[in-house]
Write a protein that binds this ligand. Structure first.
Ligand SMILES: Cc1ncc(COP(=O)(O)O)c(C=O)c1O
Length: 394
């Protein structure tokens, strides 16, 4: 028999098992909602990005069904050949109005939006100046662009300034930050970074994946929250988190969008969203505009849960929103905490290196607008019991 040329992969997996970092995929056997069933276990779900509960909102469901009846289940082509439906164009128009920009292009995912945009607007003679905790899709986009990558310590605007000062004059430079950092829940230093971009003539880009639907008026994101409209050249959002469906988008000028239609490789070389996806996303924008009380509930739940964790003595880091990490440090202990919580009816994912820096492992919690007070209190009580049994809190 031929020796397995991939045997080194099993060796790596075994190493993960020995370190207590091996993860089996949890299987969701019900809808994605606040209390649901994973792996035959009923749990309070603190692990989804379904901030507003829109994955199961009746208006989105209905519009997806209508679109499926009218247009079928797939588009059969990439956008640039035969796969642009009127629904895709309507979604882009609605998102542009929502984000208050000239135009929007929708990608198949937020990952594709970041990676496809950074890699196409920059080339090998350019420079990107990036926060060290920016999302993997930004990092991959930077690598694909072949631009020189300069990383500044998290939110350290002075360090970013020093990098910019040291660059040769006239270098095309992209300054890029997440709006909300996905593992810590804190906000990017938008106003200060926008000022730097203006001072040094950089292209300013913000990835608002976790901010859209959460921060700003009606969930318009951190650009709206910080009131830096007109100062961010490239805004990325996702349709896969608060919007509850799937996809990503880039908001900016008409010429940026037209350029990405021609040059962004995930847009050019991957089939467009099924009609149900585009229609449900349009319905989600209607919900954001017409049912803002859902966003209010998200924030009430966030305040309740976060202050509860703090009172119990957990280290919740620098969170400024619904993503609340419970920072543990040791990877194996974070995974044990997550497993014990799950056995006790609370699903909060353990996250270790390389997703977060070594020594900063955590259990990440995300509350949604649809959690009841009882569910959140149950989760807090469970955190207290399990945290005490593992010696994490007293
Ligand atoms: C900050 C950030 N940007 C982009 C993405 C990618 O979004 P999507 O899930 O739509 O691909 C994520 C998702 O994990 C994220 O956390």
């Amino acid at each position: 028999m031929r020796p397995d040329p991939l045997s080194y992969l099993s060796a790596e997996l075994n190493a993960l098992k020995e370190q207590g970092l091996y993860r089996r995929l949890r299987i969701l056997e019900d809808e994605q909602k606040a209390k649901t069933t994973f792996d035959h276990t009923s749990v309070v779900n603190l692990s989804s990005n379904n901030y507003l509960g829109l994955t199961t909102h009746p208006r989105l469901r209905e519009r997806a069904l209508e679109a499926t009846r009218k247009y079928g289940v797939g588009t059969g082509s990439v956008r640039t050949i035969a796969g642009t439906m009127d629904l895709h164009m309507e979604l882009e128009r609605r998102l542009a109005a929502f984000k208050q920009t000239e135009a929007v292009v929708v990608f198949q995912s937020g990952f594709a939006a970041n990676a496809g945009t950074v890699s196409s607007v920059l080339g090998r003679d350019d420079v990107v100046v990036s926060d060290e905790l920016n999302h993997a899709s930004i990092i991959d986009g930077c690598r694909l662009s072949r631009a020189e990558i300069k990383v500044f310590p998290h939110k350290d605007v002075d360090a970013a300034r020093k990098i910019l000062q040291a660059l040769p004059a006239g270098k095309r430079t992209l300054l890029i930050t997440d709006g909300v950092f996905s593992m810590d829940g804190d906000l990017g230093a938008l106003p200060a970074l926008c000022s730097l971009a203006e001072e040094f003539g950089c292209i300013m880009m913000v990835d608002d994946a976790h901010a859209s639907g959460v921060f700003g008026r009606n969930g318009r994101g951190t650009i709206d929250h910080f009131d830096v409209h007109g100062r961010v050249d490239i805004q990325v959002g996702t349709l896969s988190k608060a919007i509850g469906v799937l996809g990503g988008y880039v908001a900016g000028t008409r010429s940026l969008v037209e350029f990405l239609y021609h040059r962004a490789r995930p847009f050019l070389f991957s089939t467009s969203h099924p009609p149900a996806v585009a229609a449900a996303c349009i319905a989600a924008i209607d919900v954001l505009m017409e049912e803002p009380q859902i966003i209010e509930r998200l924030w009430e739940n966030t305040r309740f849960f976060q202050s509860g964790l703090k009172q119990l003595g957990f280290n919740t880091g620098a969170s400024e929103g619904p993503i609340t990490p419970v920072i543990i440090g040791d990877g194996a202990l974070a995974m044990t905490l997550s497993d014990r919580l799950f056995e006790s009816g609370v699903f909060a994912q353990g996250i270790a290196a390389p997703t977060v820096p070594a020594g900063k492992a955590r259990v990440r919690t995300i509350v949604t607008a649809t959690h009841t007070r009882e569910e959140l209190q149950f989760a807090l009580d469970t955190f207290a019991t399990v945290g005490q049994s593992l010696g994490i809190v007293q």
